[in-house]
Structures are given as C-alpha cells and as structure tokens.
Ligand binder design. Structure first.
Ligand code: WT7
Length: 656
C-alpha cells in the first residue's frame, strides 16, 4: 500500500459516522427530513403514501381498523390484485422494459420484459386453474432461484391462491411439515439445479417429502437440468413445459382480492419445534414492500436493481419479487453461489448488468472481505448508487469494507433491520437523510414506532441495552399465524401488551442498544433462535433432530459466534448407554440434522457430555452453554443443580 492509501485506510478505521454522499442525495426518491414529522403528525393516514404506490380496483374505506387488536386491518374495503400491480399496470408504459434479468450459475441468461413476464404468468395461472387450484388454495413451491419461481408466485397471486415457498435448501422433512401444516395439495418444484457447476438432484428430495404429505398432491416439475439429469415423473406429476405449452397465449383475468386477503404464507422458526406460518396480506404487505423499496432502496423504474438473496426467504419475496416489480423496475436474479467459477462472480454481474443497487447480507460481505479486495477491483462497479444489508448485525469493519471497496465511498449503505413477520424493513436510516453509523441500523422508519424497553416495559435511556418493541401497527405486519390466532398472540403480543388498558405491543424478540440520536444497534435474538448466515433456525427443531439419532439420549443446541456465519450451531449431546462418543456418533448427528432441516443447520461442533447444565427446576441453561461455546466469562452458576458439569464441558469445548 502507498502512504496515501495507508492514511486513507486509517482515517476510515477511525471514522464512526458518514454523511450520505451528496451525489446520491440529489436524485433520491426521499430526501426531505420533514418526512419523519409528517408521518408522525399524520398517523395512520401517512400510510396512504404507501398505498398510493399501488393501483387499486376499488379504493379502501379506511386506512387502519383497530377494533379487534392485535388483529389489525389495513386499507379495509380496498380491492386489488398483486399480480396486476406487478405486471399489467406497467404494460402500457414499460411493457418492453426488462422486469427480470436472470443469470444461471453456468452463465446462461434469460430475460423477461414486463410483457413477456405477463405472458408467462398468465399461462401458468391458466395451468394452475386447469389443475384445479381455486381461490384461497395454498400452493407450495419448493424451488431454487430459477425464473419459474417468481412466475409461479405471481401466477398464484393472479388467481388469488396464496403461495407458500419452502427454501430449496431445506430438507424433505421440512417440506412435508410445511405442506401438512398448510393443508396444501399442490406443489411446484423442479428436477434439480446447479451448484458449483454440478447438477444437483432436487426432485428425489421433493418426492421423499411427498411421501409424508397427508394430502393427495398434484405436482408440477420444472425441467431445469435437461439432459444432465434424467428424472421420471410419478403419478399426479406433470412437466411444467408440457402444461404451459397447452396454455399458450392464455389470458387469465386477475382475481379481485380484498386488501386483507392472504397473499402468501411463509414459514419461519420459532422457539418451539413447530414452524410458524406467517400470514401476509395483499394490500398491506404489497404496499409496504413497494414503499420501503422506494424509500429505502431508492428503487426507480429505470434502475437495474439486485437483491442477492434467495426467494425462499422473506427477503427475496419482498425485495426480489414484490417490491421491485410493483415499482416497475428491472430486478436481477442469480441462481448460484458467489464464488463460482471465481470469487468475483458478483462483481462481474454488477458490471455486466450495470447494477444500481445491491442488497445483500453481512455474512456474504464478510466472505468478500476475507477473499480480498482484488476481486471487486477487477471490475467497474461505478454503476452502483446504493448498498444495503440485511439479516444480522453487521460489524463496523465489514461495513467499512463494503463502503470503500464496493461502494467506492460514493454509495450510502442501508443496514435494514426487519423480520419475516414484519413483511418489510422497520429500522434503518433513509439513504439520503441523516448520517450512517457503521454497525447501527439507525432510527425506526417514518411511521414506525419501535422502542427499546427493559423487562418491565419501561423505555430505556440512551446508552443502555433493552428489548426492541413496536407499539403501533404498520401495513406490512403479519396478520396472524396460519390457523393459530392463539399462538400469534402468545408469541408476539403477550410479553409487553397491557390487555386491560388495550395497549398492544409487538415483541420481535431482539435485544438492542440505543444512542443519543435514537440510533438502534441490534444485538441479536433473545429467544432460542440461532441466526446462521442471516437465516433463522430454531434450537428446538435442531434438538429434536439430534435426539432422533439412534443412541442420543438428550441434547441441547446453542449458537456459538462464528467469524463468517455470524452464529454457528453447537450441539451438546448425551449418549445412551452402549454408545461411544467419537467420530461415528458425531457424523450420525451431523447427518441427522442435515436430513431433518437442511445443510444450513449443519452443526459446527458436537460436544459429548454426560450431563447438561440444568437449573434446579430442570431447565437446560442454554445461556451458559452459549458462553462456553464463545469462550466467555461464565455468569452465576450457583443456581445450577449440577455445577460440576460446567468445567467438564468447558474442557471438552476448548480441548480441540
Ligand atoms: C431476525 C429476523 C429480515 C429478513 C431476513 C431475516 C435478525 C435481521 C438485521 C439487521 C441485525 C438483523 C434479527 C431479526 N436481523 N436484519 N439489519 N441487523 N439483525 O429474516 O429470518 O425473519 O430473521 O434477523 O435478529 O429478528 P428472519
């Protein structure tokens, strides 16, 4: 490094706040700081700003109905169709502009103008109808990042059938659980996909899941791999292309839906074993996804915008599919891994397509940083105007690397805190307003009332840590857990609400700190959820997988700090008599977890122990196991029934 560069580097390291680059502010969608007061003074009518981004078949009567809290309704009486909003209404002005630019891992490309995407969606909507799908039937999708996934989602939206997308990396068991929970009788999947150049069989996994499906299922299979994988279709399974060919040129009128009608279900992990079916609606969710794409990601119709997430998670739903398409922009979609064939794949895509906004996760940024700046340096990244991150806290070092080496110190970074349940972003700076502080997400968005409270619900003072709560509803919020209103109230509204006073407070189960400027630094989950590479995994789900392995008597799992993944899965297991700790059992446990959940939950470390630290009432002290995993000073162990076990386990963790 030259002297000058070293100096620059040192300056960057010390700097803890950054002004939005002037070049960005000039043209930003939202740049007047008055927006915070405007929303505050005019709440909840301020949310008309979001609703106005959509086209309504019938106008809504009321912005917010709150007579049955916490079952809020937004834009009540309004009618619209999400597919028409993402496609049809752009046809006149933007029919020939690109809606999706897809790139496969092997380098092949497919492009869809709004007109073309509209046609594909109509044809597949006709296919679904023909197979018997009716309004409100849940259609499950188990697909990787191929264009047929957003096409199928929008086709569902067109006929008013909610979709439930299951991440392709999840296991057969996970697919079956989700299909059964939703009583879903339809599945759209594919034969396989490419990973690091190799064809990967996906259909066998889907079929394995279908064996446990409680309902007779009709399946549509996309042929992604062609000759690279021979697959045979079973009974009630149809080839996607064959069905679509029969519907060539079909036109399906978008079904007019109520604002509060379900658009989709998305399953996510919670504290208990059963995944939660988060219900999102047509009017509130779509307007919120569009509004936040407009205000935070600064998406404009002429942009080429790229969210490098997977559509199998909420980030992809809101910010690859619904938000950007509702705004009529061009959304880039990439099938594969960021380091195939080389570690500059993402930067190559940014350069080739002239990407204007890049939205990715801290775990990816940490990997890029580790690989080195020579990879982005090979490419012209000057098309970038804004950078975003989501999924977990970003450490200031990674933030600054992203700012300098990807953004060339000319792009604002939005560190967006939100959840599957919130539908869209909640806490983040607006990119043209106020300073950015690396590591801190920023203030709540205009109109969002997020606060930090202590155990008793009192707001904490600046500088202190507390729990994040949201004490006013917002349009993108989940409406309930599918067919489980009770659990919905239990999980999200019971901790801080005062039912007698009719004060309802949403509890996202995150801890955070707040500073004098009201900037919120998220510290992480306070429940038993592990955040691996920005993906939420339930400890109970992993533990039941471990206990399901032959020879395991009892198990506990916690998240241990991990340089790249943020957190990694640590398993503590007690074996039954007659089973020996060792590589064989370790392998069996790892495989058991992969089988039950998917490779993403693969344990980083398996520790065999004869006992688990428990309180006198018999509860496993996970906090303690977490401290051991992270080699941290242990808190009070005197309340333990079996304090001796701690040292024993510590020895085993640090031993190798
Ligand atoms: C949990 C939600 C939001 C889509 C992806 C994950 C953590 C999310 C941030 C951020 C710190 C974050 C929280 C949250 N999280 N974004 N910018 N900074 N933590 O969705 O699977 O529903 O997980 O991810 O802990 O509760 P999810």
């Amino acid at each position: 490094m030259s002297d000058e560069e070293t100096q620059l580097e040192a300056r960057l390291e010390e700097q803890d706040s950054f002004e939005p680059p002037a070049s960005f502010v000039e043209g930003a969608n939202v740049s007047d700081p008055a927006i915070y007061d405007e929303f505050e003074e005019n709440w909840p009518e301020c949310w008309e700003r979001a609703a106005d981004l959509l086209e309504w078949d019938e106008p809504y009567d009321e912005v917010l109905v709150d007579d049955d809290e916490p079952f809020y309704e937004w834009f009540t009486g309004g009618k619209l169709n999400a597919s028409a909003n993402c496609l049809d209404r752009h046809l006149d002005d933007r029919g020939e502009e690109l809606a999706i630019q897809w790139e496969g891992e092997l380098g092949e490309t497919r492009e869809f103008t709004y007109e073309e995407l509209h046609r594909e969606v109509n044809e597949f909507a006709a296919v679904l109808r023909d197979l018997g799908v009716e309004e409100d039937d849940v259609v499950t999708m188990y697909m990787p990042m191929i264009p047929e996934l957003p096409i199928a989602m929008l086709a569902c939206a067109r006929i008013g059938a909610p979709h439930s997308v299951v991440f392709a990396g999840f296991s057969a068991d996970a697919l079956a659980t989700r299909m059964n929970s939703a009583d879903s009788e339809y599945l759209v999947t594919c034969d396989g996909y490419y990973r690091r150049g190799d064809p990967l069989d996906h259909l066998s996994k889907a079929n394995e899941g279908l064996e446990d499906a409680e309902r007779e299922t009709t399946t549509v299979v996309v042929d992604r791999l062609g000759d690279d994988l021979d697959h045979e279709l079973g009974e009630n399974q149809h080839d996607y292309d064959d069905l679509v060919a029969e519907q060539a040129g079909a036109v399906v009128e978008p079904v007019v839906r109520d604002a509060e009608d379900m658009l989709f279900l998305m399953y996510t992990s919670g504290t208990t074993g059963e995944p939660k079916g988060v219900k999102h609606t047509t009017g509130g969710y779509l307007s919120y996804a569009a509004w936040t794409s407009h205000a935070v990601l600064d998406v404009k119709p002429d942009d080429t915008y790229w969210c490098a997430a997977d559509i199998g998670w909420i980030t992809g739903h809101s910010y690859i599919v619904y938000g950007p398409l509702a705004l009529g922009t061009t959304s880039v979609m990439y099938e594969g891994t960021p380091d195939y064939p080389e570690k500059d794949r993402l930067w190559e895509i940014v350069e080739d397509y002239g990407v204007n906004q890049l939205y990715t996760a801290p775990t990816a940024i940490r990997a890029f940083m580790k690989w080195g700046s020579e990879y982005p340096e090979r490419h012209d990244l000057s098309s970038l105007r804004l950078l975003g991150t989501v999924g977990e806290p970003i450490n200031p070092k990674a933030w600054k690397w992203y700012y300098k080496h990807i953004g060339n110190e000319a792009c604002p970074i939005v560190d967006t805190w939100w959840q599957t349940e919130t539908g869209g972003m909640m806490i983040t700076t607006l990119p043209a307003i106020g300073e950015m502080k690396p590591g801190s997400a920023g203030p709540p968005l205009p109109g969002i009332s997020a606060k930090l409270v202590d155990e008793t619900g009192e707001e904490v003072a600046p500088g202190e840590a507390g729990y994040v709560v949201v004490d006013r509803p917002w349009p993108g919020m989940l409406r309930t857990l599918y067919r489980n209103d009770e659990r919905f109230i239990d999980e999200y509204w019971s901790a801080y609400s005062d039912e007698e006073e009719d004060e309802w407070v949403y509890f996202p189960e995150d801890g955070a700190k707040i500073d004098d400027d009201g900037y919120i630094t998220i510290l992480g989950r306070v429940d038993d959820v592990i955040n691996v590479s920005g993906h939420r995994l339930g400890t109970m789900e992993i533990e039941s997988a471990v206990v399901g392995v032959e020879g395991v008597a009892e198990a506990a799992t916690v998240g241990g700090d991990h340089e790249m993944k943020g957190e990694a899965v640590y398993v503590y297991a007690i074996l039954e008599d007659g089973y020996e700790p060792g590589e064989e059992m370790e392998q069996a446990i790892i495989e058991g977890v992969e089988e039950a959940i998917g490779p993403i939950a693969r344990p980083e470390k398996v520790v065999f122990t004869s006992e688990l630290p428990k309180t006198r009432s018999g509860k496993i002290m996970r906090r303690l196991l977490e401290d051991i995993a992270n080699d941290e000073e242990l808190g009070d162990t005197s309340t333990l029934r079996n304090p001796d076990v701690v040292e024993d386990i510590q020895g085993k963790v640090s031993g190798d």
